[in-house]
Design a binder for this molecule. Structure first.
Ligand code: SF4
Ligand code: SF4
Length: 434
């Protein structure tokens, strides 16, 4: 096993082979105690719940690690309903040498923050997280209005608990990210009936959301794109039941474009104040995709990225392509390298890294890379800007505080504002001889 501090060697080896470092989203449980209308796993949804048993989970993780998985997300449902098992699996994944471990919570642990023993209780929880090999920890947040968030989740008082808990996290060197699934309640105010006002209403909501997350004490933020299509059902149209028939996450193509454009516009204004994981190059490509222009870097689901469900323990290309079954995770090995082709959905877990890693994976084909650049230099400008930003953010390690001077230096280099009218292009790469 490669020592953790040298784990970049494995990542470099994957890239040299034209593959993204393998990522697995392993659904630990589909049980949940929250009531989110945007999700088919909400507590009131009527289906039989499951979770991985520890010994089976360990065998799965061992197999994943030995197959070359470098990034593992243990997701839910609400993973922290079964904390002891979750920590056991995280520790096991660390021992197996998986360096990029993530999990998160709906925040139910932060309720009742008026209780006298709240700080001690949270300190114990944070100590446990810090002692684990976890790299990134997220806390969900749905709206710029705290009341709306708590109502959507059905978790009253949770936001005040988050505000009190974050300094305790930071003191111990763990920096949770706010995780927002884009939805209609984000602005926290009534949706305008005039469609022309949708853009500015949503943009204003995003700005208030950023201010609120910064005010709460978050240092990192990530956006999840809407998953439900116009004809979505409550989790029934996907393996990963995170879709919903509720209007709160059902958008027309035009609305999606508006939302992505608004986020694209707003991100540069906040990049020096909070680390924002969402790459603008991916947003740009999503908008182009909605306009029918496609992308040179489709999703790597089923090639380098995979999903395993809690109820079957089987592996699929992602949480949505249920008809392609790679078999039990306990017997998994990476499929042979093949060309990426899928752009069926906007699942950010897979789409963002596919776009971000895309140009790097093309290194063996310099002519193709040159053509991609010629065809869409704006994408490459944004891509380069995103890479520089990721670097300024310390590659988003949840174990590191943001370095304000680096974020400010980035902002001086890329003081971009505005819409999808893009900045001047950088010099093109040297044309390869053919
Ligand atoms: S979004 Fe998360 S917290 Fe909300 S119901 Fe779904 S799994 Fe539970
Ligand atoms: S685009 Fe969506 S459906 Fe296609 S592989 Fe990626 S996550 Fe799966």
């Amino acid at each position: 096993m490669i020592p953790k501090r040298l784990s970049w060697i494995s990542e470099a080896r994957s890239l040299l082979q034209g593959r993204a470092p393998a990522q697995l989203v392993l659904q630990f449980t589909d049980a949940c105690n929250a009531h989110c209308p945007q999700c088919g796993m909400r507590a009131s949804a009527n289906f039989s719940r499951s979770r991985l048993q520890v010994e089976q989970g360990k065998r799965m993780i061992t197999r994943a690690a030995r197959s070359g998985v470098r990034a593992l997300s243990l997701t839910g449902g609400e993973p922290f309903l079964y904390q002891d098992d979750l920590f056991t699996l995280l520790d096991h994944a660390g021992r197996e040498g998986i360096p990029y471990l993530r999990t998160g919570t709906n925040g139910f642990l932060f309720r009742d923050s008026d209780r006298e023993d709240f700080p001690a209780h949270i300190e114990t929880f944070v100590c446990r997280l810090v002692a684990s090999p976890l790299r990134n920890f997220w806390i969900s947040l749905d709206s710029a209005s705290l009341e709306v968030h708590e109502e959507m989740r059905g978790l009253p008082g949770v936001v005040e608990g988050i505000r009190k808990a974050l300094p305790l996290f930071h003191r111990q060197g763990l920096y949770p990210a706010a995780n927002l699934g884009l939805n209609r309640n984000l602005p926290g105010s009534d949706e305008p009936t005039d469609k022309k006002a949708f853009d500015s209403w949503y943009e204003d909501g995003l700005r208030r959301f950023f201010e609120m997350a910064i005010d709460l004490g978050f240092t990192t933020i990530n956006f999840c794109y809407p998953m439900s299509s116009e004809d979505a059902t409550d989790g029934e149209d996907s393996l990963y039941q995170a879709t919903s028939a509720d209007r709160v996450v059902r958008f027309t193509v035009e609305e999606r474009k508006s939302i992505y454009r608004a986020l694209f516009r707003v991100i540069p204004d906040y990049r020096k104040r909070i680390r924002i994981f969402t790459p603008r190059s991916a947003l740009y490509r999503l908008v182009k995709g909605q306009e029918g222009a496609g992308t040179d870097y489709p999703c790597r689901g089923g090639i380098d990225f995979f999903f395993a469900s809690a109820d079957s323990g089987r592996v699929y290309p992602c949480g949505y392509r249920s008809d392609e079954d790679f078999g039990p995770l306990e017997e998994f090995s990476l499929p042979a390298r093949s060309e990426a082709h899928c752009t069926r959905c906007d699942w950010e877990c897979f789409r963002d890294p596919s776009e971000t890693l895309g140009p790097l994976l093309q290194w063996k084909n310099p002519v193709g890379l040159w053509r991609s650049w010629k065809q869409d230099p704006d994408f490459f400008s944004l891509w380069w800007e995103d890479l520089r930003y990721y670097q300024a953010c310390g590659w988003f390690s949840g174990r590191k505080a943001p370095e304000k001077p680096r974020l400010q230096a980035f902002h001086r280099l890329f003081p971009v504002t505005g819409g999808m009218d893009l900045p001047a292009h950088p010099e093109p790469p040297v044309q390869p001889s053919v």
